[in-house]
Design a binder for this molecule. Structure first.
Ligand code: 5IU
Length: 251
């Protein structure tokens, strides 16, 4: 399907990961801009993307965000991944992309649910287009949290309806379960990416329904990149941990 807009392509993203030699997406789940800026400076050379939840940042200020986080990430070649999980109709997702956090101005990849219909992808891309930028959408096909309602049938419908859309770079899969990842890879084929949260070398760290799998197993099962938060940011040595996760995911 050829959209009327430019997208960040799967090839662009995969070659940026290849160049950086790491398949680790850092989940920087912090409350302040300075903590995020600090972790980026510390572990930036071992990650390919910086995943944020911008609505969780207490002191959010767009100028500081652009100067202290987005600018340095761009200089390092780290893609900005806003895990916003858009879920509304296309138009509302567009206005959320263009809201006070100005996600469209800095995010390269955003997450979205498929629940409201495929036009959500169009709405998100319209926002990027209005900012003169391009990006791509990762659609939730599975989740790592226990008791989630994204069952096999839903996952199949999501993949079948989105794998032909150029503005979609891939799918979020359940990193805690390698057979879920292999099944997802079977549905997706090789043209789109699979990004997997629910990854930690110490599965005992899981809390509040999170489940964890091993990074090497996730990659072996077909994941393009692993999303790691606590395993790095709560480690006493974040730099050593980031290096270790990057090594575990090396091809
Ligand atoms: N995240 C998940 N599971 C999911 C999806 C997103 O954990 O199914 I979709 C996010 C939440 C958090 C990060 O920002 O990935 C994982 O962090 P930890 O490695 O600290 O569990």
């Amino acid at each position: 399907m050829s959209p009327g807009y430019a997208c960040l392509s799967v090839d662009d993203i995969r070659s940026s990961m290849e160049e950086r030699g790491t398949r680790v997406i850092l989940a920087a789940d912090f409350f302040t801009i300075s903590e995020i800026s600090h972790i980026l400076n510390e572990v930036g050379s071992h990650i390919c993307m910086l995943k944020t939840h911008v609505d969780g940042i207490h002191d959010f200020d767009l100028d500081r965000w652009m100067n202290e986080v987005v600018g340095p990430a761009r200089e390092m070649g780290v893609l900005m991944f806003e895990d916003r999980k858009f879920a509304d109709i296309g138009y509302v997702s567009k206005i959320q992309m263009l809201g006070h956090q100005r996600i469209a101005e800095w995010a390269d990849v955003v997450t979205a649910h498929r629940i409201s219909g495929p036009d959500i992808v169009e709405g998100i891309h319209e926002a990027w287009r209005e900012c003169g930028r391009k990006g791509s959408v990762a659609i939730l096909a599975q989740m790592s949290s226990s008791g989630n309602l994204l069952d096999e049938e839903y996952c199949k419908k999501v993949v079948e309806s989105c794998r032909g859309i150029d503005g979609v770079c891939g799918f979020i899969g359940n990193g805690s379960n390698s057979s879920n990842i292999s099944e997802l890879r079977g549905l997706v084929g090789s043209a789109k990416m699979i990004l997997t949260p629910g990854i930690n070398l110490n599965s005992a760290e899981a809390r509040m329904g999170q489940r964890y799998g091993h990074p090497r197993e996730a990659i072996a099962a077909g994941s393009d990149a692993v999303i790691v938060g606590s395993g790095i940011i709560r480690n006493a040595d974040p730099l050593g941990a980031a290096k270790k996760y990057a090594e575990e995911t090396a091809a």
